[in-house]
Design a binder for this molecule. Structure first.
Ligand code: GTR
Length: 383
């Protein structure tokens, strides 16, 4: 895939820590008018909305909130590979807006043995499935383990809301529900559309007797991790948000320009971010925000990040730093303890509190069983 990137941008990919520019990160606690923000009231009424608006207009684009009707058609199936331990609900979520309508498929597994309501873990999936419909990669969505640990778990494919393709991405909710968004420089794009899909899945969970939507976990790996973070910034119903190796435009600080950069990502994936984000191609210094502000939009709800050592493209250190700095809203505004006492270089093993956590594991880019198992300990501690 790297071949698709412009030669110029690629020759500039930096993996050398000594060449990372000195960081001048915009302050989380100083408002646009220069006021110092130190109370929950000023945070929630003034500074948080400012930061939200910046991400919406400059990075991800809008996630439209309006539609006329949502309905669910549920098909219970018993011809699936987890039938001995789980019930499968195939749900068609139908959304109508004016003359337009759209249907997205959501798959939900619920434990068969125990009595609910169960906490729910939703995975946004952008990975190709194997021919038999099962997920190609081991550990990416470990349904049996999740069920055995007492969770309900659900997933939808990115394709059912916005295909992950530079031209076909409009063949989903953009064409069917929100065509006017395509005209706007801060309009909905694919990452926002996937986030919108997660929000509609939550609509289903909330009215489901067998699901405890208050104990809800949103999980995304890589590009879906970026989408999960933006979804959770838009929708306060998620109790825990987990972005695995979400990298540039997700967890990682853009101004570090380490690994994938704003220019590279915008040129390769023209359908992911708002048009406005292109203004910062090769000009990260002029970004009026950075990704350390993204978890602050989710506070005081729990945020968890993970990295992999060989995944330098995603800038593991930039992923940790952004959460470490962003955690100041959790501590200063909400009185929670930040677990991020050490520098990234000194980390040894996972670090977490009830609402914040991070781990870095050996190996390459991927959502693996190891990631899940460390993360699930965090979830169980929080619930
Ligand atoms: C890469 C992309 C990353 C990340 C990754 C993935 O090609 O450059 O930003 O999203 O794909 O989704 O696995």
């Amino acid at each position: 895939p790297i071949l698709l990137t412009s030669k110029m941008a690629l020759s500039q990919v930096n993996y050398d820590e000594s060449k990372v520019p000195r960081l001048h990160l915009p302050s989380i606690f100083i408002s646009e008018k220069g006021e110092v923000i130190d109370s929950k009231k000023d945070w929630e009424n003034l500074r948080r909305p400012e930061i939200f608006n910046l991400f919406e207009s400059e990075v991800y684009g809008q996630i439209p909130k309006d539609f006329d009707k949502v309905s669910f058609e549920v098909n219970e199936r018993d011809d699936h590979e987890f039938n001995s331990i789980a019930k499968l609900e195939e749900v068609d979520i139908k959304i109508q807006r004016g003359e337009g309508s759209h249907v997205m498929r959501l798959n939900v597994f619920l434990p068969k043995e125990a009595k609910g309501p169960f906490p729910i873990i939703l995975l946004i999936n952008h990975r190709p499935a194997a021919e038999d419909g099962s997920l190609a990669e081991e550990g990416y969505w470990p349904v049996a383990e999740l069920i055995e640990r007492g969770f309900a778990t659900a997933s939808f494919h990115a394709e059912v809301v916005a295909p992950d393709d530079t031209t076909r991405y409009v063949n989903g909710i953009l064409n069917n529900l929100y065509p006017e968004q395509m005209e706007q420089s801060d309009g909905l794009k694919a990452l926002g559309a996937w986030g919108w899909g997660a929000i509609r899945a939550m609509d289903y969970f909330e009215q489901h007797e067998g699901i405890n939507a208050e104990k809800s976990v949103l999980v995304g790996h890589s590009r879906s991790g970026k989408a999960a973070l933006w979804a959770s910034a838009n929708d306060p119903r998620w109790a825990i948000t987990y972005a695995n190796e979400s990298g540039c435009g997700g967890a990682a600080l853009s101004k570090r320009k380490f690994g994938e950069t704003v220019e590279i990502i915008n040129n390769r994936f023209t359908h992911w971010f708002a048009e406005n984000f292109r203004k910062y191609n090769g000009a990260e210094e002029s970004l009026p925000l950075d990704q350390h502000m993204l978890p602050t939009l989710i506070a005081p709800r729990a945020v968890y990040y993970a990295s992999a050592k060989a995944d330098e493209w995603a800038d593991p250190k930039g992923e940790y730093l952004s959460l470490q700095i962003g955690s100041e809203v959790f501590s200063r505004i909400y009185g929670q303890k930040s677990p991020f006492k050490t520098t990234w270089e000194e980390l040894n093993g996972p670090v977490s509190s009830k609402t914040l956590g991070y781990h870095i594991r050996e190996g390459e880019h991927g959502l693996t069983w190891e990631d899940w198992s460390i993360f699930l300990d965090f979830v169980e501690k929080g619930f």
